[in-house]
Design a protein around this ligand. Structure first.
Ligand SMILES: [Zn+2]
Length: 163
């Protein structure tokens, strides 16, 4: 019996998708690129046929501009600049809080013209795998930043002892 990272039972095909090693370059959508992928394939497994009339999972983000009466205007607006990011914000207080001085982010969408974007997936398994990957990427950046801070402190300590 096979299990995913959360311990749920999955079939072999799903497990292969969940544990697939990928390299994604964030942000996935930016400027005038408002959908990912551009081709009609799954953002995670690259399976084809991810478009209407087929079923799909979509991670949509953005905002709607309001008109002067406070009603949503459904079309995109050049006055909107879309973004979506996952962020780790370290504590402010270097003595009491953890991760002082660390601020790391994974920009999934950045400066999207018109403010609205879509990421397409063939299944919720692939959507979940993508979200796990994004969080894993954030954790990796935070761990690197922590290690860099440790190395800096070690160098500063050695420098202050030698003077
Ligand atoms: Zn997929």
């Amino acid at each position: 019996m096979l299990h995913d990272r959360q311990g749920r039972v999955v079939d072999a095909d799903s497990l292969a998708i969940l544990t697939r090693e990928v390299s994604m370059r964030f942000p996935l959508v930016k400027e005038n690129t408002i959908r990912y992928p551009r081709d009609q394939v799954c953002a995670w497994c690259k399976g084809t046929g991810v478009s209407e009339p087929n079923a799909m999972a979509v991670l949509s983000g953005g905002a709607l501009l309001l008109n002067s009466r406070g009603e949503s205007v459904l079309k995109k607006s050049n006055r909107l600049d879309g973004y979506l990011s996952l962020t780790w914000h370290g504590a402010h207080d270097g003595d009491a809080g953890s991760d002082f001085g660390i601020y790391e982010a994974i920009p999934v969408a950045l400066n999207v013209q018109g403010g609205q974007f879509d990421l397409y997936f063939c299944s919720t398994i692939c959507l979940r795998s993508f979200l796990n990957h994004a969080v894993d990427s954030l954790e990796s950046k935070v761990l690197r930043a922590k290690q860099n801070n440790k190395n800096k402190r070690r160098k500063q300590t050695m420098k202050s002892k030698s003077t």
